[in-house]
Ligand binder design. Structure first.
Ligand SMILES: [Zn+2]
Length: 469
C-alpha cells in the first residue's frame, strides 16, 4: 500500500473513533487566521514529531479537516491538487505544546487579575493544549474555556482545575480548606459538575491529599499538586497524578523534615542537596515506581534568580498599564524577595529532571506565569530553552513539552505528536530548532485543529490588554 493510502486508512479509522469534530470559528476568530482552508500541504519542512525521534529533514505534512492526514519524505507524500501548498523550506515543524501549569490570572502581585487574553498569548506562542494548575478565578477560567471551545475566542484546548485545595492554614486566602474526606468529596463533585477536569492541591497534609485523590479518581478525574507538607515519594504513593515543580518542592530532601509539616526556607536547604547521591536517586526510583508524572517549571524559578531574572519589554507591553507597573515593581524589588532562587539550586533542579527522565519518569512542562514578568506563552518558550540548557536533546525537550504532556492529560490519542489521524496541532518555526534553541521564539504559524493562526495578529490584539476582562 502506498504511504498516502495507509495514511488515508488510518484517518478513516480515527474519524470513526471518539475524537470530537473541530469547532466552527466565529468571524472574529477567523480574523486571526493566516491559513483557513481545510486541505493544506506543508512541504519541505524539518519535522521534530514529539515522539522523541530525531529531526527529519525535507518532510511533507498533509492536513485535512483539522487532522494530520499524512507525514513523510517530500518525494513520497502525494500532495492533493486542491491543497493549499506552503513551501516551508528552512522551517521546523513541531507539535503544539501541551502545557501543564498554566494560569488565566496573574497572581503573586497585589490582586489576581483575570487574563482572558492569555488564551491568545498562549496560542501565539505555540501552546495548543493547556491545563490550568489551580484557579483563583475558576468561573472566569471555565468561561474562557467555553468561549474557546465554541470558536468565539482563539486559544488552546483547555483543562480547567478547580480552586486550590489545601489543609488548615492560619491566613485567609484564595483556596478551599478541606476539613474531611466527605468535605473533599463534596468540593470535588461540585467543581467536577461545573466543568473542572483536574484538581490542584497545595502543600498537603496527607489526609487532604488522600481525600482529594480518592474523590477525584472516583469521578475519573486527575490531581496535580504543589506539595510541601507531603513529600513527592508519599504523594506518588497516595496517587497524585502530576507533581508540580520537581526537585525544589520535594521536601523529603530537607534535613529534619517532619510528617505533615512544610519545612521553612525550602529553597536554601534544597540548594545544598546533591541530586546525584544514592539517597536522591532512590527517592526518584520510588516516585517513578509510584506512577506520578512530574511537571518541569524551570522558567518560573529562573525568574527568582538575582543573576538570571529577565524582563522583556515586548512581553510587558502585553499588560495593562496598571499590571505593568506592578510587575516592574516586583522585578525591581527582587533582591528583597523572601524567595530568591540561588543559581546552584536551578542547576540542581535541572540535574534532578535529567535523572528523573533517565530513571523512566514521565516529565511534562508548564510555565506558571506569576507576576514576575514571566509571561504566558513566552514562559513556555523559555522552558524549552532551559530544558536544552539542562542537557536534554532537542527531540527529547520537544517530547517533554508535547507528547509527554498529552500522556499526562490523557489526551495522547488526540494530540501531542505529528502522526496521521491526530489533531493538526502544529507550530511552524522559522529556522532549524535542532541547531538553535532560540528558534522556538520564531513562530510563523500555529495550527490548532488545522486552523492556522497568525501569531502577530494574536499578539497585536492582546497588546495593552492583558489583565483586563
Ligand atoms: Zn501556579
Amino acid at each position: 500500500m502506498k504511504p498516502y493510502l495507509i495514511a488515508l486508512a488510518c484517518s478513516v479509522l480515527i474519524s470513526e473513533s471518539s475524537i470530537a469534530q473541530r469547532a466552527v470559528l466565529s468571524a472574529a476568530t477567523r480574523g486571526f487566521l493566516a491559513v483557513d482552508t481545510p486541505l493544506v500541504a506543508l512541504t519541505h519542512v524539518t519535522v521534530i514529531d514529539g515522539t522523541g525521534a530525531p529531526a527529519r529533514d525535507d518532510q511533507t505534512i498533509i492536513l485535512r479537516d483539522g487532522r494530520i492526514e499524512s507525514v513523510g519524505p517530500s518525494g513520497r507524500i502525494a500532495v492533493p491538487s486542491s491543497a493549499q501548498v506552503l513551501d516551508l523550506k528552512g522551517h521546523t515543524v513541531i507539535p503544539g505544546f501541551v502545557a501543564l501549569h498554566e494560569h488565566t490570572y496573574l497572581g503573586g502581585i497585589n490582586h489576581p487579575a483575570p487574563m482572558m487574553h492569555s488564551a491568545l498569548l498562549y496560542l501565539a506562542s505555540g501552546v495548543t493544549t493547556a491545563m490550568t494548575a489551580g484557579s483563583m478565578l475558576p468561573y472566569s477560567e471555565l468561561n474562557i474555556k467555553r468561549m474557546v471551545d465554541a470558536g468565539s475566542l482563539p486559544g488552546p484546548r483547555m483543562h480547567i482545575a478547580g480552586p486550590y485545595l489545601t489543609g488548615p492554614r492560619p491566613e485567609p486566602g484564595p483556596f478551599r480548606i478541606i476539613t474531611s474526606a466527605d468535605d473533599a468529596t463534596r468540593v470535588v463533585n461540585h467543581w467536577a459538575d461545573e466543568g473542572a477536569t483536574w484538581f490542584k492541591i497545595l502543600s498537603g497534609p496527607a489526609a487532604v491529599v488522600r481525600a482529594v485523590v480518592s474523590a477525584a479518581h472516583a469521578r475519573g478525574l486527575k490531581v496535580t499538586a504543589h506539595l510541601c507538607a507531603v513529600t513527592f515519594t508519599d504523594g506518588a504513593q497516595m496517587g497524585v497524578d502530576a507533581l508540580q515543580h520537581g526537585f525544589i518542592t520535594n521536601s523529603e530532601y530537607v534535613p529534619g523534615k517532619q510528617p505533615d509539616v512544610c519545612p521553612r526556607e525550602n529553597q536554601r536547604a534544597q540548594a545544598d542537596v546533591d541530586p546525584t547521591t544514592p539517597a536522591v536517586r532512590e527517592s526518584i526510583r520510588r516516585i517513578v515506581a509510584g506512577g506520578a508524572a512530574v511537571v518541569s517549571t524551570l522558567g518560573t524559578y529562573e525568574a527568582f534568580s538575582l543573576t538570571r531574572a529577565r524582563i522583556d519589554t515586548a512581553e510587558l507591553a502585553m499588560l495593562t498599564p496598571l499590571l505593568r507597573r506592578e510587575v516592574e515593581e516586583t522585578h525591581a524589588t527582587l533582591a528583597r524577595s523572601a524567595f530568591i532562587v540561588p543559581d546552584r539550586l536551578l542547576t540542581r533542579m535541572m540535574q534532578w529532571e535529567r535523572l528523573f527522565v533517565a530513571a523512566g519518569g514521565l516529565l511534562g512542562a508548564g510555565s506558571d506565569p506569576w507576576g514576575t514578568g514571566f509571561m504566558p506563552g513566552d514562559g513556555n518558550q523559555r522552558n524549552y530553552e532551559l530544558l536544552i540548557e539542562a542537557g536534554f536533546t532537542s527531540p527529547t525537550a520537544v517530547q517533554i513539552m508535547t507528547s509527554n504532556g498529552a500522556r499526562i492529560l490523557g489526551e495522547h490519542a488526540r494530540t501531542g505528536s505529528i502522526e496521521p489521524g491526530k489533531a493538526a496541532d502544529l507550530v511552524v518555526l522559522r529556522g532549524s530548532l535542532a541547531a538553535n534553541p532560540g528558534v522556538i521564539r520564531n513562530v510563523r504559524i500555529v495550527f490548532r485543529d488545522g486552523y492556522g493562526y497568525d501569531p502577530a495578529k494574536l499578539r497585536n490584539e492582546v497588546r495593552g490588554k492583558l489583565g483586563a476582562h
